[in-house]
Write a protein that binds this ligand. Structure first.
Ligand code: PLP
Length: 385
């Protein structure tokens, strides 16, 4: 299936809604049946049937089909946030007494979930440096049920050899889950590398317009059926039909947006790598990245998100740099149309447990603006240091 077919056509049945080109927002909580038999049948399989919007909804269902196809998955489930998707994916595969191995420095709330929240349900986690496969095999225990990856990470961009980790996990019957938000399904296909479940924050590239919070889990029907009947229907963290529709609209330009953001980011990275006030650029496809070969092996291209270590003696210099930028908004998140900066010195360090990133790190997201405009702005702000 080609990408534009998925984004433009897949799952859309115009004849079911007055031949409208744009799909409708089916703003209904409830769906009715003509016979007891069809009602009973729908109730027996909420993954495939529509009877109540906490389970499925026709607008959401179009989005499920598209996101599953993008990840080459049998099915997808859409959640109220990326964090809801991550917690459902992990929780569906552990019980009291189990053990999880997670890569160091995952998304902040993944860290909190594994290292504090799930502890109270008797689930323990070992964090590992994911750059060497041996670190995973050493961390495994007889009760390890899940290996959680985030490759590349979304702050310092370390990668894991996805295929090697998937092979190791298969030998020990361990479920592998990866947060693929950074690469997006267009730049990295973890399921074809042997991963069991792919999760995304759809709030980032997938929606792409900074106006929806949502998440997704992609995987086999069997795994998603289990999540549907447990975490999905029980914890109830679903997306609204209206937000699903906004993501459908955002997806129309997914390929254009990602390619533009990525191409501009490469130009900006090139500029920053040669700037005397920049110590280092952290970017999967940076020529100075020690994992460049791995990046090229498992990703088509890097995204628009990267970090820089600024040459500075004191925090005020970082603050001056950030406040003199005119074309970058200072904010969390990324993946929208607008360029952003996130200085580490603004974040509460408690979020990172024992592993805080360097104080002079600034994360930069490149949106859809022209490269020369962004470079000029970075140039004048760096001069202010
Ligand atoms: C934003 C983000 C999340 C969390 O997603 P929400 O939609 O904000 O809940 C998870 N992982 C990564 C890599 C992210 O960037």
């Amino acid at each position: 299936m080609d990408i534009s077919f998925i984004l433009n056509q897949l799952g859309e049945e115009h004849e079911n809604y007055y031949n409208a080109v744009a799909p409708p927002i089916i703003q209904s909580s409830n769906f009715c049946f003509k016979t007891v038999d069809s009602f009973r049948n729908a109730l027996s399989n909420e993954l495939e049937n529509t009877l109540y919007t906490r389970g499925n909804n026709p607008t959401v269902s179009i989005l499920r089909k598209k996101l599953a196809a993008l990840e080459l998955a049998e099915d997808a489930l859409i959640f109220a946030s990326g964090v809801a998707a991550i917690s459902a994916a992990i929780m569906s595969n552990v019980k009291h007494g189990d053990h999880v191995v997670c890569v160091n420095k995952p998304y902040g709330w993944t860290n909190v979930l594994l290292n504090s929240y799930l502890e109270k349900y008797g689930v323990k986690t070992t964090m590992v440096d994911g750059s060497a496969i041996n670190n995973f095999s050493t961390a495994l225990l007889p009760n390890t049920k899940v290996i959680f990856l985030e490759s590349p990470g979304s702050l310092t961009f370390e990668m894991q050899d996805i295929e090697a980790v998937a092979n190791l996990a298969k030998k020990h019957n361990i479920t592998t889950i990866i947060d693929n938000s950074y690469a997006s399904p267009l730049n990295q296909g973890p399921l074809s590398m042997g991963i069991d479940l792919v999760v995304h924050s759809a709030s980032k590239y997938l929606n792409g317009h900074s106006d929806v919070i949502a998440g997704v889990i992609c995987g086999s029907k069997e795994r998603l059926r289990k999540i549907m009947s447990e975490e999905f229907l029980n914890l109830g963290g679903i997306i609204s039909p209206n937000d699903a529709w906004l993501i459908l609209r955002g997806l129309r330009t997914l390929e254009l947006r990602i390619n533009r953001s990525s191409e501009t980011a490469q130009k900006v990275v090139c500029y920053l790598e040669n700037h005397p006030k920049i110590d280092k650029v952290l970017y999967p496809f940076s020529s100075t990245n020690t994992q460049l070969e791995l990046a090229k092996k498992q990703m088509k291209q890097a995204g628009g998100l990267f970090s820089v270590l600024i040459k500075a003696n004191k925090q005020e210099q970082i603050e001056d740099f950030c406040s003199s930028l005119k074309r970058f908004l200072m904010a969390v998140s990324w993946g929208g149309y607008e360029s952003l900066i996130l200085p580490i010195c603004a974040l509460p360090i408690s979020k990172f447990n024992s592993n805080p990133p360097p104080w002079n790190l600034v994360r930069i997201y490149i949106g859809l603006e022209a490269a020369d405009v962004l470079i000029e702005d970075l140039n004048q702000a760096l001069e202010n240091i």
